[in-house]
Design a protein around this ligand. Structure first.
Ligand SMILES: Nc1nc2c(c(=O)[nH]1)N[C@H]1C(S)=C(S)[C@@H](COP(=O)(O)O)O[C@H]1N2
Ligand SMILES: [Mo]
Length: 538
């Protein structure tokens, strides 16, 4: 290397670049660490990389009020927001470690190793982790990142004397900067990291490809017990009202999965075990398809839905009656002397959901669903199999990517959300929502169609009433419904006068109970209260 002719001016410039290059070294080392981790995760088990692990661990540990806030603020982009937030934090930390290594190399290097340890702990602590091998991606990434930081921070321009007394120019030129060495190492590392990251993604992607192929190959048999056609008029012709059947692509999504599980239906098995079974069962996807399939209209709602909120959707599900399966296996509901009162379902991503055995076996159409609106379940909605139980909030019934059912008791086991302040049992509360007019709409005075949906799954909606300002409650017209398990559309022709008016809605369920005015939070067992909107006819 010929550095002997470097003019002093250039030496000075190189030195003043030092902090920048140190930060860059940190960033590159962080990038290399994540890329190598991704590669190893692709080899060991996709989804065990540090970002997914730490993000998942953060989701698991988010206190309920913060999670509620995140859902309110970011809606279904909550996970995207989390990933971006993590990207920014990781970049800042990596640059900081680079700067630290520039001042004290072992400290920066140790910092990277420490973060690797955090990733490893997060990965092995996830509910779906059953092997210490899940720590490997983070550890391998950290070692690679630490080695690179060690290498790069040794090739920085020497510090200004003032920065590091005693260190620095020991007669070498160009500010002591092995510029070529640094650039070669940095660009080689960047290229290798990108290669490792891409390779890791491809490896991890192979499993996803198998899953995608297995889904494409599914053809759902015609259900032995098809649903009746929707009654004529179930869908109102009022513009602005939610469609009776929610298209799959518009169906709300609520889950803790940072990366959507992609399960290969061919390799999928469901275990059913626990108290009261004659012997444990293992079922394949084909085993399920060979049984009699029922097709049912069931509306799903989330306990995190605020009054007037969007987390409700309706689909026509195809699946296997859970009560039949359990009955054949010898399970009896508590009312018939069975000891197990809780059915715990577990998903491939470690979610646990507890459902009352009594509800599943009381004659309602609780099912292991394989189809949603005429197609195999979309991946985000639980392919290949999920549970659906009419009348219960999703977090106590609707396990997606299900792979295990255990019969136990509520005394013996708290499921995921129950450990996090939510109620162990949560029948859906009667709710009604004004879909149109929208808040602060300015329709022309005269007849304005007020319309929306009301739900009280498995009890049914018997009456919906609308109130204008402080006026009397007036009955809305109810659309027909296929069963008590679905939401019900309603409409009310309002003779609107100019000015600002508050419209309020309330519903009465099939047992005759009217929706309470009392406002509660979503935690612990679902929001209650009346939905109202302010409208300003002109
Ligand atoms: N595996 C798994 N299943 C899950 C969840 C989850 O986080 N993980 N969330 C539950 C909740 S809270 C709801 S409301 C429903 C939502 O189902 P959807 O996303 O298909 O609308 O799924 C339930 N099943
Ligand atoms: Mo939910």
């Amino acid at each position: 290397m010929t550095t002997s002719t470097t003019p002093p001016q250039r030496r000075w410039r190189a030195r003043s670049l030092r902090p920048l290059l140190a930060a860059l070294s940190g960033l590159l080392s962080g990038y290399a660490a994540l890329a190598v981790a991704e590669l190893v995760a692709g080899l060991v088990r996709p989804g065990t990389g540090p970002v997914t692990a730490v993000g998942g661990a953060a989701i698991d540990r988010t206190p309920a009020p913060v999670k509620d806030w995140a859902i309110r603020t970011f809606g279904e982009n909550d996970k995207l927001a989390l990933l971006w937030g993590m990207a920014v934090v990781i970049a800042v930390l990596a640059a900081a470690l680079g700067l630290l290594a520039g001042r004290h190399r072992p400290a920066g290097v140790a910092g990277i190793l420490l973060f690797g340890l955090v990733g490893a702990l997060a990965a092995t602590g996830r509910p779906d982790s059953d092997s210490l091998a899940d720590a490997l991606p983070s550890l391998a990434g950290a070692v690679a990142g630490a080695a690179l930081l060690h290498l790069l921070s040794g090739r920085l321009p020497a510090p200004r004397r003032a920065d590091a007394p005693g260190a620095g120019d020991t007669g070498d030129q160009d500010g002591g900067w092995d510029r070529r060495g640094f650039l070669v190492a940095a660009s080689a590392a960047a290229a290798a990291s990108t290669g490792a990251g891409v390779a890791g993604r491809l490896l991890g992607g192979q499993q996803a490809e198998d899953a995608v192929a297995s889904r494409a190959a599914v053809s759902l048999p015609a259900p032995g017990a098809p649903a009746d056609p929707l009654p004529r008029g179930a869908q109102l012709r009022v513009p602005g009202v939610s469609p009776f059947t929610t298209p799959n692509k518009d169906f709300y999504r609520v889950d803790t999965a940072l990366v959507v599980p992609k399960v290969d239906a061919g390799a999928w098995r469901l275990k059913i075990r626990g108290e009261g079974l004659r012997k444990p069962l293992t079922l394949s996807f084909q085993d399920l398809l060979k049984r009699e399939l029922i097709e049912r209209d069931i509306t799903l709602t989330c306990v995190s839905n605020e009054v007037g909120g969007p987390y409700a959707g309706h689909a026509r599900w195809i699946g296997v009656r859970l009560a039949d399966l359990l009955g054949e296996a010898g399970v009896r509901p508590p009312s018939k002397g069975g000891r197990a009162d809780q059915l715990v379902s577990r998903s491939v991503d470690g979610m646990t959901i507890g459902t009352p055995v009594e509800d599943v076996m009381d004659g309602r159409d609780a099912m292991l669903a394989v189809g949603m609106n005429g197609e195999p379940l979309p991946f985000v909605h639980g392919f290949p199999v999920r549970m659906v139980v009419p009348g219960l909030y999703g977090y106590v019934s609707a396990c997606k990517w299900i792979q295990d059912i255990e019969l136990t008791t509520f005394d013996a086991y708290d499921a995921y959300w129950v450990k996090r302040e939510w109620a162990a049992k949560a029948p859906i509360k009667t709710q009604s929502r004004i879909d149109t007019p929208k808040p602060f709409a300015r329709p022309a005075a005269g007849t304005v169609m007020v319309a929306g949906v009301a739900w009280a799954q498995h009890r049914g909606i018997e009456r919906v009433e609308v109130r204008v300002d402080d006026g009397p409650w007036q009955r809305a017209d109810l659309a027909p419904v296929p069963s008590t398990d679905t939401w019900r559309q309603w409409s009310f022709p309002w003779q609107a006068t100019p000015g600002s008016h508050t419209l309020t809605v309330r519903a009465t369920d099939g047992t005759g109970e009217t929706q309470t005015e009392k406002r509660t939070r979503t935690i612990p067992d679902g929001a209650s209260g009346w939905h109202s909107v302010v409208v300003m006819p002109e």
